[in-house]
Design a protein around this ligand. Structure first.
Ligand code: FAD
Ligand code: NDP
Length: 312
């Protein structure tokens, strides 16, 4: 029987693996096989440079960073299984984790399956993905290609406002493209928006097509009330239309919030099931950064260690 099974392969999963391996818990990590459409290694494998993860002043690509984390997990003795977990059974102990028809029994589980940033899949998007189009302003907004240029954010929630506001530090102007005539965002965030003269809201608007040569140069937008189309001269487009956490395989066994994120006891990684812990973006819809995911992976590992000691 396993001491701990870790499900996932992003920064939170590998941090949990490194810590539990160094604590002699001999962790087994399921890294997934294109789980949720993303390669083992998680969301960072879908980006280019990661400039805000401490320790790499010269910069590092997302893929390289994840390969290094994987190497470090293996170095300390974590076992890595390249398959996706289809379901878990937490109704009795030991828990069971199922992957490719094989059941693994375990005393504890760390769920680190992350989330997927939603994309619109507009015409031209694939040509300019990570060459002007991004799903993370905090990650990419500071890049030189966006400096003093007009940019656009799509969405009307808290994330969209937070990202639009953040981008005004670098951009000459930010268009906020909202599909309805109301914002979903909280009143506090809406106030932040009203106070920022660099942001122009385009109500009732949908993005149609991304255009450019080597990187994004223009965005065609249509007003869905009047059908009027206009072309915005923007060098950056940021999606802030929500994320989908990878929690469907849990099949109702772990408490989720209204958006499908795992609920954890504040200040901990404990779920409603004792012995099952969650870390990273699968339980965090606010910060969503590699470093915060790694931090919560560390917390999950320490909590597993404490839990197993208490059970002895
Ligand atoms: P994730 O990275 O979400 O990975 C989880 C992975 O687990 C999944 O992708 C999948 O491979 C695997 N998995 C899922 N389900 C299962 C299953 N059932 N069984 C087995 N395996 C499974 N953050 C930064 O700090 N700096 C940046 O520069 C930055 N750039 C970004 C650029 C882009 C385009 C995106 C989308 C995000 C970026 N982020 C960045 C955010 C960062 O990638 C995430 O916050 C971080 O990766 C979350 O880590 P995580 O451990 O929660 O797991
Ligand atoms: P939300 O789901 O709250 O908002 C998504 C936004 O994107 C909505 O305005 C939605 O429009 C729009 N949208 C969705 N799909 C499309 C589409 N296909 N085309 C155009 N627009 C689309 O996601 P967020 O990421 O903003 O927030 C998630 C959670 O995290 C929320 O609970 C939020 O409060 C929280 N959060 C809190 C923060 C904070 O307190 N600082 C910061 C960031 C997030 P519509 O309204 O029409 O559905």
């Amino acid at each position: 029987m396993e001491n701990v099974v870790i499900i996932g392969s992003g920064p939170s999963a590998h941090t949990a693996a490194i810590y539990t391996a160094r604590a002699n818990l001999n962790p087994l990590l399921f890294e997934g096989m294109m789980a949720g459409g993303i390669a083992a290694g998680g969301q960072l494998t879908t980006t280019t440079e990661v400039g805000n993860f401490p320790g790499f002043p010269e910069g590092i690509t997302g893929l390289e960073l994840m390969l290094k984390m994987r190497e470090q997990s293996l170095k300390y003795g974590a076992r890595i299984q390249t398959s996706t977990v289809d379901k878990i059974d937490t109704s009795h102990k030991p828990f069971q984790v199922f992957s490719e028809g094989i059941a693994t029994q375990t005393k504890t589980i760390i769920i680190a399956t992350g989330a997927i940033a939603k994309r619109l899949r507009i015409k031209g998007e694939d040509n300019f993905w990570q060459r002007g189009i991004s799903a993370c302003a905090v990650c990419d907004g500071g890049l030189p290609i966006f400096r003093n240029k007009p940019l656009a954010v799509i969405g009307g929630g808290d994330t969209a406002i937070e990202e639009a506001t953040y981008l005004t530090k670098f951009a000459s102007k930010v268009y906020l493209i909202v599909r309805r005539d109301v914002l979903r965002a909280s009143k506090v965030m809406q106030k932040k928006l009203e106070e920022n003269p660099k942001i122009e809201i385009l109500w009732h608007s949908n993005a149609l097509e991304a255009l450019g040569e080597n990187s994004l140069e223009k965005l065609v937008v249509r007003n869905n009330k009047t059908n009027e189309e206009k072309t915005l001269e923007v060098r950056g487009l940021f999606y802030a239309i929500g994320h989908a956490p990878n929690t469907i395989f849990l099949d109702g066994q772990i408490d989720l919030d209204e958006s499908g994120y795992i609920k954890t006891i504040p200040g901990t990684t404990q779920t409603n099931v004792k012995g099952v812990f969650a870390c990273g973006d699968v339980q965090d819809k606010i910060y969503r950064q590699a470093i915060t995911a790694a931090g919560s992976g560390c917390m999950a590992a320490l909590e597993v260690e404490r839990y197993l000691t208490e059970q002895k």
